[in-house]
Write a protein that binds this ligand. Structure first.
Ligand code: SF4
Length: 215
């Protein structure tokens, strides 16, 4: 059983409630979407074929208890759920970053599932699997990437559909499209409307060059 892997690297977690923590990233190859602002187009096709045990061996070399499986879209490879379960069995705290088009119920619920809800400026909002909102547990997190006032209003309109445990644990992230959406403007909109959401910056793009890979 092997997976198409784009890269495995050790860095600082730049997003989610785990922001700032050292983390090993497994970036899987392939995506079923083409978001207008995509910053990982290199993950659409560049791949090495690695078995789950080869991936686990590489991950262990970083000696880090936190691991994120990301992409691309990780859940379009059917072996991804087995990889996540294997990492959990090995004792890692596992995060999954998924684009919101795939059914998350097939993923081991011990994994923290960070689910995108695509907004209109992505060009992909019609592909959201809104059924995922009912599948979230209190550990899971939601991310909206916001590039315009229309996106903000769309995200705001979705908040009432998010289960209370996710809302009350403050696991809803509003993240600006890097280089397009001004942080100050998004902050002002959130404050004006008294939204209980987290304004999220992509910390890794502040620490390192935004175009740099493997960080
Ligand atoms: S889901 Fe992520 S990887 Fe896929 S196109 Fe959108 S931003 Fe890029």
């Amino acid at each position: 059983m092997s997976l198409k892997v784009n890269e495995i690297f050790y860095s600082i977690q730049g997003e989610s409630s785990y922001v700032g923590w050292p983390c090993t990233f497994i970036r899987l190859t392939g995506c079923n979407l083409r978001c207008s602002y995509c910053d990982t187009t290199y993950a659409y096709s560049e791949a090495a074929y690695l078995s789950i045990s080869e991936i686990a061996l590489k991950v262990s070399s970083f000696k880090c208890p936190l691991v994120e499986v990301t992409g691309g879209e990780p859940l379009i490879q059917k072996e991804t759920t087995s990889l996540i379960s294997e990492l959990l069995v090995k004792g890692y705290n596992v995060l999954l970053e998924t684009n919101g088009t795939q059914d998350i119920s097939k993923v081991d619920p011990r994994c923290v599932r960070i689910v995108d809800i695509k907004c209109p400026s992505s060009g992909q909002a019609q592909k959201n699997d809104v059924g995922n909102l009912k599948r979230l547990t209190e550990k899971d997190e939601i991310k909206f990437v916001i590039g315009s006032k229309e996106d903000f209003e769309y995200a705001k309109g979705m908040l009432g559909l998010i289960p209370k445990p996710v809302r009350t644990r403050r696991h809803i992230h509003f993240s600006p499209v890097f280089g397009k959406m001004e942080l100050e403007k998004l902050a002002k909109w959130i404050l004006n409307d008294h939204l209980e959401v987290r304004l999220q910056v992509q910390l890794h793009k502040i620490i390192w060059s935004p175009a740099r890979r493997g960080v």
